[in-house]
Design a protein around this ligand. Structure first.
Ligand SMILES: NC(=O)c1ccc[n+]([C@@H]2O[C@H](COP(=O)([O-])OP(=O)(O)OC[C@H]3O[C@@H](n4cnc5c(N)ncnc54)[C@H](O)[C@@H]3O)[C@@H](O)[C@H]2O)c1
Length: 357
């Protein structure tokens, strides 16, 4: 029996609802496969913890997570706690503390889910966005001076390092090389941002010859939104900075039907530390507690976690069950259905138990 230690951090809003759903699906998979075991430890960190303790997680929180094989994460964000505290107090310290520099965001239209784009169905939109996850616009550099005075100043400094850009370009080219179309689009803004972004472009061109079988092109981020909307078939693998990919991947999720279906692993490709698996959506206070959060993004990221752990057969079984359930029309309201989170979860668990593939 292969065993893995998993840290579950459901955190805020719909996070606990979708992580509970994900753990039910993982339990059904363990029973069905019978050859691996996930030992899950729950952490109650998040906004409620913050209200009780004045911090989102204990001071040694990142150190406590180090011994795990993977982290299964819900979402952070509460209406009565500033967003910079929730994000910088929990999610970002884990990503940065474990140097999870590759944030990988696959998007495709699952069977039974309708894209808002006319005439675009399964197979027409099949992308992976690689987001630089350790520096760029979210490096945390900057400051405020003369607070509250008319001459107050705030700076937000984007940091691009040769090491950081080179490793994410190599990761993206390698990923593009592993996909059938071998096609990479490098997103940039080097017309207006003439320092870090020009270096970003130069390093892409330097890395490209290492991957002669990958066709690549370059797009300005503004033009990229147009291409994603009007020519989705022209794209495959995409690499972008921390901020650009954050925005583009929400657009990608919406074009594939809903933010509720989009997953995202935060990967340490060198496997020095645990990687973290989460849906891309936030805590969605508008639907929290209503029992209608779409659990598919969390199922998909659970499959990515299994893949990362080396359990490819279980990962494939989970994704196959998800696609069976979506094609049967068992869908939450965000993708046009009437099912609850639990009804979708039950349908996926039933399909896993009954599957023979
Ligand atoms: N990784 C994270 O933890 C993360 C990511 C994004 C936002 N946030 C935080 O979440 C909070 C809310 O942010 P927001 O409203 O901008 O983004 P959000 O992703 O929480 O919600 C955006 C919209 O998508 C819908 N939605 C999201 N997930 C869904 C799901 N699984 N099923 C059905 N509908 C879903 C919501 O109902 C909402 O209308 C903020 O505090 C923000 O900082 C956290």
């Amino acid at each position: 029996m292969r065993e893995y230690e998993i840290a579950a951090i459901p955190a805020d809003g719909i996070g606990p609802e979708v992580i509970a759903a994900g753990l039910q699906a993982l339990e059904a998979l363990q029973q069905r496969c019978g050859d691996f075991k996930l030992r899950v430890q729950h952490f109650d960190w998040g906004s409620d913890y913050y209200k009780a303790h004045g911090r989102m997680m204990p001071e040694d929180g990142v150190a406590q997570l180090k011994r795990f094989d993977a982290i299964f994460f819900g979402a952070v964000g509460a209406p009565d706690v500033p967003d910079d505290i929730t994000l910088w107090g929990l999610r970002l310290p884990i990503c940065q503390g474990f140097d999870q520099y590759a944030n990988v965001r696959p998007t495709r239209i699952l069977p039974g889910i309708v894209s808002p784009l006319a005439g675009v169905g399964p197979g027409d939109l099949d992308w992976v966005i690689v987001r630089e996850n350790s520096e760029g616009e979210y490096s945390g550099h900057g400051g405020r001076a003369h607070r509250g005075l008319p001459e107050e100043v705030g700076t937000e400094v984007a940091i691009f390092t040769r090491v950081g850009v080179t490793r994410i370009m190599r990761y993206a080219f390698r990923l593009a090389q592993s996909r059938p179309r071998r096609l990479l689009t490098v997103v940039t803004k080097s017309n207006a941002q003439r320092h870090g972004m020009v270096m970003w472009d130069e390093i892409a061109a330097e890395v490209a010859p290492e991957f002669p079988d990958v066709a690549w092109d370059k797009m300005l981020v503004d033009a990229m939104t147009v291409r994603m909307t009007l020519k989705p078939r022209s794209l495959d693998t995409i690499v972008a900075t921390n901020l650009h990919a954050d925005i583009l991947s929400d657009l990608a999720g919406a074009l594939a039907g809903s933010l509720g279906v989009a997953p995202t692993p935060n990967i340490d490709p060198e496997r020095r530390y645990p990687s973290m698996f989460e849906p891309i959506h936030g805590s969605a206070f508008d639907i929290a507690g209503k029992g209608i959060a779409n659990p598919i993004a969390t199922f998909w990221t659970a499959a990515q976690m299994l893949e990362h752990l080396g359990e490819s057969a279980a990962a494939a079984r989970l994704m196959s069950a998800v696609e069976t359930v979506t094609s049967e029309g068992v869908l939450t309201p965000d993708v046009g259905g009437t099912a609850t989170t639990q009804e979708v979860t039950d349908a996926v668990c039933r399909t896993i138990r009954g599957s023979n593939v």
